[in-house]
Design a protein around this ligand. Structure first.
Ligand SMILES: [Zn+2]
Ligand SMILES: [Zn+2]
Length: 245
């Protein structure tokens, strides 16, 4: 077993609400400074900066995970993580088909920048990424699983875009073996109050700016023999899908 300090919910400058200096290279560098070993990029309804992010993570010797924060039709935020860039990008193509074609207004909503791993801007996403997609909670979850990924409700301890705030309770279906809590101080209270003893509760920062990234605190113990970033991602996804202990 090896211990991985993680943050599995981070936004790059492709998310309109994130700072422009949340470049893939800066996030990887800051994650390394924070003492993290396992980090996921989860922009709103896109995986467009994940390739650059994985390359940047490799340079810092940490394990990057390609992901997305999907907004379902119910306005619930779902963290979707994938074992490979190819799987994430295939999922993202399906999500793109379910996005509403509303133009971004950068002055109002913020820039949506595609970057390479060396802080060069490659382009801008013209359509606003943040609105709800046409995928229901059930459809979005099934889609992520069908692409070999894991999907779980984000920041359930927040009223806006959290599954509990929107539905009032966790649905029986889809069953989520993993849930994300934003504030570590809420973890035990939520476990008790909502009967989450049989779920895996993750704490991630949902950082939209470099200064919001957290020092190493939350960790996962992963069986990672033989060591490789791919093996770590495979084990992680299996764990979050509830297929392993
Ligand atoms: Zn969110
Ligand atoms: Zn987020």
């Amino acid at each position: 077993m090896s211990r991985y300090f993680y943050d599995l919910h981070l936004h790059s400058c492709l998310s309109p609400c994130a700072d422009d200096d949340m470049t893939p290279a800066n996030i990887a560098g800051m994650a390394s400074l924070c003492g993290l070993q396992l980090v996921a990029l989860t922009d709103h309804n896109t995986c467009g900066n994940c390739g650059a992010f994985l390359t940047a993570c490799r340079k810092y010797g940490i394990v990057g995970v390609p992901g997305m924060e999907l907004t379902t039709a119910e306005e619930i935020h779902l963290v979707c993580l994938f074992p490979t860039l190819e799987a994430a990008e295939a999922f993202a193509r399906d999500v793109k088909a379910a996005r509403l074609p509303i133009k971004n207004k950068p002055a109002v909503f913020g820039n949506q920048l595609y970057m390479d791993d060396g802080d060069q801007i490659l382009g801008e996403e013209p359509n606003l990424l943040i609105p709800a997609t046409q995928l229901s909670l059930e459809e979005g979850t099934a889609l992520a699983l069908s692409h070999g990924g894991a999907a779980y409700p984000a920041h359930i301890d927040r009223p806006s875009n959290g599954i509990l705030g929107i539905l009032g309770a966790l649905p029986e279906r889809p069953f989520f073996p993993t849930l994300e809590i934003n504030d570590p101080e809420n973890l035990e209270r939520y476990r008790e109050q909502y009967g989450l003893q049989n779920r895996r509760l993750l704490c991630s920062s949902d950082a939209h700016r470099l200064e919001s990234m957290r020092d190493a605190g939350s960790y996962l113990d992963l069986d990672d023999e033989p060591y490789s970033s791919q093996r770590v991602r495979d084990v992680l996804i299996g764990l979050l899908r509830g297929e392993m202990q």
